[in-house]
Design a protein around this ligand. Sequence first.
Ligand code: NZQ
Ligand code: ZN
Length: 386
Amino acid sequence: MNNFRFNVRTDVRFGKGSISALPELVEKYGGKNVLLVYGGGSIRKNGIYDSIKELLSDKKVYELSGIEPNPDIEKVREGAAICKENKIDCVLAVGGGSVIDSSKVIAAAANYDGDAWTLVENSSEIGRVLPVIAVLTMAATGSEMNKNAVISDKKNNKKLGTSSLDFIPYAAICDPEYLYSLPPVQTAAGTADIMSHVFEQYFRKDTGAYISDSIAEAILKTCIKYCPVALKDPKNYEARANLMWASTLALNSLISCGKAGAWSAHPIEHELSAFYDVTHGVGLAIVTPSWMRYVMNEENVKQFSAYGRNVWGISEPDDKKCAAMAIDKTQQFFKDCGIPTTLSEIGIDDTKIDIMAEAAVKNNNLDSAFVPLKKEDVAAILRNCL
Ligand code: NZQ
Ligand code: ZN
């Protein structure tokens, strides 16, 4: 097992009714002036907005709404300007990954004299960051307890990740009932995202980090068990609660403890989102099985067969056959959850594959991925998704 640093400060309040802790948390980590950041309106429809306004009635609450999926840098600039003008003490992100990620960069840009995009391109420019408090409404990214933010510059077809330990939210309110209003496609896409986060950290050079791998397998099994339940019965508390906690644990550094390496499917998907504004989890569900089939080789086949046996319960003794069955099952699972499994189904053809492949290699460290990938490899993985 490699040496590691595990540094997570988030005060997580999990469970139904946990929003009642909001005043205490804002008092403790924030202050009088709060910037409330949210998306396109789901929190107004499901009542979360009203509860928050009531709970924070003694605070000065400024608002930034309209954060879109694959959030754009323009909104971050807008949020930073509000913070600077109004001496904001903390940023309250109410939504999914797009809202929380935007809030993190707003919180950094609030104390930065240059343009916010520089903080996305160059994380070493990130200085003092205002406290971020997250109220989670979507189980997917783990942003509520991690150091990452992914922001797009839609005008220039760019989508990049940045990170800082100071981005880690001070507190996260995770109420599984908030997931009841999710459209099925977001429930399914969110689950594909959680599973992909696990794959990115599980399929790494084997360093004997058995404990991390075992936790990873438990998270995958949780997704496989509960996503179909949540799709069939959207108000099933047990299913929503398990998926919500799975999303947090999948990407709060826990399962990469003792395992180094760069990611593979995410860098490829980020280019699909940058060029076609694809829903992140949908792009991952399409790319992941293709990536798995492409990178599986003599050296790593045992890791794929272990995945098949421990997660899917496949009893096939031959490693190669078991591994191939596990990949097929992964793809079929996404399909059964109602997610498109080919690029053509979402209207993407061959036209930009080479440009996306080049950008994926340029913007990421694919040389140190599980199996190193060059531009030609990424293009082949994408072509196999057509
Ligand atoms: O905007 P509203 O109206 O709120 O609707 C949102 C949005 O349309 C809707 N939604 C969220 N909660 C809802 C709801 N609708 C009804 N009821 C609710 N309770 O869902 C849609 C998608 O929201 P979004 O925040 O975009 O989803 P997600 O959480 O999947 O975030 C995706 C973004 O996070 C980035 C992705 O690349 C993408 O930009 N990622 C962030 C990561 C991180 N910070 O660590 C890692 C990930 O790998 C990922 O890259
Ligand atoms: Zn993701």
